[in-house]
Design a protein around this ligand. Sequence first.
Ligand code: SF4
Ligand code: ZN
Length: 310
Amino acid sequence: MTECTRCGGKPFYTRRYSGETLCASCFKDSITDKARRTVSKYQMIGTGEKVAVAVSGGKDSLSLLRVISDVYGPRQNSIVAISIDEGVAGYRDEALDHARSLSKELGLEHIVLSYKELFGFTLDEALDWQDERDISSCSFCGVFRRRAIDEAAVRAKATVVATAHNLDDYVQTFLMNLMHGDVARLAWLDPSYSDDTFPVRRVKPFMEIYEEEVALFAYQSGLPFQSVNCPYMHEGLRSEVRDYLNTMEANHPGIKNVLLSSSLDVISHYARTSDKKSVPCSSCGKPSSNGLCNVCRMKATIEEHVKYGP
Ligand code: SF4
Ligand code: ZN
């Protein structure tokens, strides 16, 4: 049987795209090293910066919290975990428990911010008019979630927010932006993108790591898995793109890596040539692309359709 390429130990995982076979311990180290290299390559975390890690409580974000805490916690960075409670009955509680207990185990502050507190409605209340909407629940929810994460990071006095998007998420989003004809959003995927009008920088330390490897890392680290799915999850196009990419990867190992590097080439070119800058939202003052931010636009639509109270 093939041994671990690095230490000669018992084989645990073979990277088909590189041919490397690793034992469990070298595999875990390789994930931490890869995240560290990505952070350094794109200068994601500065010396002394306070880092907020967005933790949904799923395997990817719990793994990220562990890696960031292990690598940057003992050095000059202070780390805080932030979670958003969308307000979905019977769903978020388990995930929040996982986030809470890992933060405690790592000795980190954990801040939870809810949609109800921030926007005045729970996601359950906001989605109560499902039939009339022409936008998926997740696209809808995502707009509020991004704002809530920024807000939680500001409250935590962090200057950078790390999210657990992995390589698969990244290339799926790239392809979906192309398929939606949403080329303007490509610049936002640039890992070096920064906009001074945003309160915090967003970084993705796992963006060069396959989803499958993050899941294995979580498993190998004994991190808990959330057992319940969000009842609104409706991935539509994304799940088709994911299946397609997985089939391509099975037939051509490494193709996702190639696609990531091509995406980054295209994005960096687009980011340099794009002169789009954000302007303050006329309603809330937060950055927007056209004078009214998506949060205020969607909030107004919800208020039109749904009655919700305190
Ligand atoms: Fe929001 Fe979709 Fe996540 Fe549910 S699955 S919490 S609707 S983004
Ligand atoms: Zn606004």
